[in-house]
Design a protein around this ligand. Structure first.
Ligand code: NIG
Ligand code: FE
Length: 385
């Protein structure tokens, strides 16, 4: 048994109802971690010091749960900086850009993809992310989707089969034949490496009916359901996600009032990805509207080379406060507990007793600095069970 006490915490966010307010705040706090789990939190003055083998003194810093980034696309090769530059000069974002990353990814070796992925994982950690999901979707052949998921599985258990990202060029004239491949041999090859199945349900990608077929086939194989929808325009994707009890529907940029009501009445989390609106110049979704209606919100990076090439959850929090209408506390909750809910996880995203000992020490006296000091490297240390 190894016990570590983190003490001298100026402000501790636990989300434990035993502590103060919705964030479960404790001032002048300490945390005892035993064998990778939270064993105790509370005022430093009553900490069980004698139980600790090691002590970490943080000198008044704020400590928060590690971020849960529930939506990334980190296994790819190539670069689309020129596409971003053109967008900033007025070109629209289209789903078709995905195909250029597919071409680069198909020709990359496993080792090249693995080492790029390792770099992204290091980036995530230094920015306070302790749990993250990774999707396939830049292979779009049976062998390539399988290998992307195999590589993703080397770094996280939260892997998502996204063979239905776009229809690849080889099937340009027959998206239904590609859908057959995805629900048949590709699903067979990928299911062993995936926890989730996802579809990009949007004009230029897959229709609601194709998405329904694919998600239903995945669910029949024991995969959990998640969906990209309402990113580029309104549609019936959110209704489909709720109908299928998806864990999460992601983007939610163009929501009708009915979509908001459906989400509020469901267990499907609305995952907002403001890095996308930053990088595509689409309008930001309203997090306020969803929260006020009673929907559960998650914030995630969507880190990918096309629509949102940031791995920074603090940046997403700053955008959520400035552009989505969330308070700093709501944005922090969406980036931790919300992400955990989007992955149907209860062991991460909070620091209640029994949770995984995933926490972040900030170079700041309060979590509010995550939005107040955008772009500043505020993560002093990431502790990961
Ligand atoms: O979540 N929307 C679909 N997929 C990604 C974008 C992928 C890309 O442009 O390469 C997203 O935004
Ligand atoms: Fe995405």
């Amino acid at each position: 048994m190894t016990a570590t006490l983190v003490t001298g915490i100026g402000e501790l966010v636990t989300f434990d109802p035993a502590h103060s307010g919705p964030l479960g705040l404790v001032e002048d706090a300490a945390v005892l971690m035993v064998d990778g789990h939270i064993a105790w939190t509370g005022p430093a003055s009553s900490a069980p010091n004698s139980d600790a083998d090691a002590v970490i003194e943080v000198d008044g810093a704020a400590v928060i749960p590690g971020f849960v980034d529930s939506h990334t696309h980190l296994v790819f090769a190539g670069d689309r900086a020129a596409e971003f530059e053109a967008r900033m000069a007025g070109q629209p974002y289209t789903a078709g850009g995905i195909r250029s990353t597919v071409a680069a990814t198909r020709t990359a070796t496993d080792d090249a993809l693995r080492s790029r992925l390792a770099g992204f994982v290091a980036e995530l950690r230094t920015q306070g992310t302790t749990t993250f999901e990774v999707k396939s979707g830049y292979g779009l052949t049976v062998a390539d989707e399988e290998r992307l998921l195999r590589l993703a599985r080397e770094v996280t258990d939260e892997t998502t089969f996204l063979g239905a990202h776009v229809v690849p060029d080889e099937f340009a004239d027959d998206s239904d034949a590609y859908t057959d491949l995805v629900t048949g041999p590709m699903l067979d090859a990928c299911a062993p490496y995936a926890r989730w199945i996802d579809v990009f349900c949007e004009t230029g990608a897959f229709t609601v009916e194709q998405a329904r077929r694919i998600l239903t086939a995945g669910a029949a194989r024991g995969l959990g359901v998640r969906l990209h929808a309402a990113q580029l325009g309104p549609g019936d994707g959110v209704a489909l996600a709720v109908e299928l009890d998806a864990a999460s529907v992601d983007h939610c940029t163009y929501l009708s009032d009915d979509d908001v009501e459906r989400l509020a009445a469901s267990d499907t989390v609305a995952t907002l990805l403001p890095g996308v609106e930053f990088s595509t110049r689409h309008p930001y979704p309203s997090g306020r509207r969803l929260r006020d209606a009673g929907a559960t919100i998650a914030l995630a990076s969507d880190c990918n080379p096309g629509s949102s090439f940031t791995s920074s959850m603090p940046f997403c929090i700053a955008l959520a406060v400035r552009e989505l209408g969330l308070t700093p506390a709501e944005a922090l909750e969406a980036a931790t507990r919300g992400g955990a809910a989007a992955l149907r996880r209860d062991d991460v995203g909070h620091l209640r007793v029994g949770a995984r000992a995933d926490l972040v020490v900030l170079h700041a006296p309060t979590y509010v600095h995550l939005a107040y000091r955008p772009g500043v490297p505020l993560v002093a240390r990431t502790l990961h069970a």
